[in-house]
Write a new protein. Structure first.
Length: 142
């Protein structure tokens, strides 16, 4: 996970790559790694829950779609307007904006795991469980 390589490139002294893959494959089938992460994150403090919008397929500031948030869930947009717009930034909570770097840091830590950044896993359940294992690793600060 940390170094990341295709299963067929695992050194032979660990065993046959197909045997290792089959052993790993049993865990995602039973969702063991996801269950482990869910147990660890059971008592999470949701006061500082951030949502990242890097998956939005638009230019960063052009569409305004990222700032359309469901306010019924007490979510608050912390997306500043561009400097050259006529709209002001009265809606901004600058304290939350300053600490929102924690979200970016979490994704940066996940990208340190080459196996996740490159996504060697072909199956969705394998990739999800590998990400859960990496998040558990980060969460426990191992």
């Amino acid at each position: 996970m940390r170094i990341g390589c295709p299963w067929r490139d695992i050194p032979i002294y660990f065993g046959a790559s197909n045997s290792i893959f089959k052993a790993f494959s049993r865990w995602p089938k039973n969702n063991k790694l996801m269950k482990l992460f869910k147990k660890l994150s059971k008592n999470v403090d949701y006061e500082w829950l951030f949502m990242d919008g890097t998956h939005i397929r638009a230019h960063q500031h052009s569409s305004g779609a990222a700032s359309k948030i469901d306010y019924k869930t007490s979510a608050k947009a912390v997306i500043p307007k561009k400097r050259n717009t006529k709209a002001n930034n009265d809606h901004m909570d600058w304290y939350i904006y300053k600490i929102s770097h924690l979200v970016e840091n979490a994704f940066a830590r996940l990208k340190h795991f080459r196996g996740i950044a490159t996504r060697y896993d072909k199956l969705k359940r394998h990739y999800e469980n590998t990400v859960a294992l990496a998040c558990t690793y980060i969460w426990l600060k191992l």
